[in-house]
Ligand binder design. Structure first.
Ligand code: BEZ
Length: 254
């Protein structure tokens, strides 16, 4: 912690990187939200979720980050992003709330996720008068590493899509999480789409069309309608005063 002129401790600013549902469900007490990317990782739906979008007996699947060096030792049907960017958003937590939010975030393990720090590269354009772009920024990130027992590793894309289609939990359908992520990523920048997410989302739309008895021509409508519902329900990017809607975290009342 830094010290001011009166030798009193002052909180330094604190940033959190979101690459999953944090993109459209912000943490409490943020005062800035910046789209951008981190490097050295690959985003995959390789983490089991036993609550929120699944149950202990029928777990869903959510995203985690895999270090590129480890990922390159695996056999994955999906290729890696060619530009080594995992897009998401960085949130700055208001200084007055840093201590309470850190305390809240200081849960060493959340359903298999652990806390890591990584440089974040803001995608922001230069503002008038600025001569160089902001960043990189040190951000805290939750990662379900391969050692955690909820990490499932490479999946057959069609089996994974069928699994996501079938999974649901107290927070809703697993497929709404997938479609919400696809849509939120597409909205960050023209380059922020993720092929792994897009391919799974497309496959799940195909499963939904088949299961729900829709014809070929109606496929797109199945996903779009549900994605819009998901989006309109949560996509406010406003500040929230409590964390109970942040589905990846457990505590409330920061
Ligand atoms: C997120 O970036 O949305 C996230 C990922 C894993 C755990 C918690 C949040």
């Amino acid at each position: 912690m830094a010290i001011n002129e009166e030798n009193a401790p002052v909180e330094e600013e604190f940033w959190l990187f979101g690459y999953g549902s944090l993109i459209w469900k912000p943490p409490p007490h943020f005062d800035r939200r910046i789209p951008g990317w981190v490097t050295g990782y690959v985003r995959r739906f390789w983490q089991v979720r036993t609550y929120h979008r699944g149950t202990p007996t029928a777990p869903g699947r959510v995203v985690t980050l895999i270090s590129r060096s480890y990922w390159s030792t695996l056999s994955d049907p999906h290729p890696s992003p060619p530009d080594d960017k995992v897009w998401g958003v960085a949130y700055r937590i208001e200084p007055a709330h840093v201590a309470s939010v850190k305390e809240y975030l200081d849960i060493r393990e959340i359903n298999g996720y652990t806390i890591h720090y990584t440089p974040f590269h803001p995608a922001s354009e230069l503002h008038p008068g600025e001569t160089k772009k902001e960043g990189p920024i040190k951000t805290l990130v939750y990662i379900g590493t391969p050692e955690n027992d909820q990490f499932v590793g490479p999946q057959d894309p069609q089996e994974l899509a069928e699994h996501i289609y079938r999974s649901r939990g107290p927070s809703g359908l697993n497929r709404d999480y997938l479609w919400g992520l696809e849509r939120s990523l597409d909205e960050l920048s023209p380059e922020s789409g993720d092929e792994h997410v897009r391919d799974l989302a497309e496959r799940v739309r195909g499963v939904a069309a088949r299961e729900e008895g829709k014809g070929e021509g109606e496929r797109e409508v199945v996903g779009r309608d549900v994605r819009r519902e998901e989006h309109e329900g949560h996509h406010a990017f406003g500040r929230r005063e409590s964390v109970d809607e942040v589905e990846e975290t457990e505590k409330t009342g920061v």
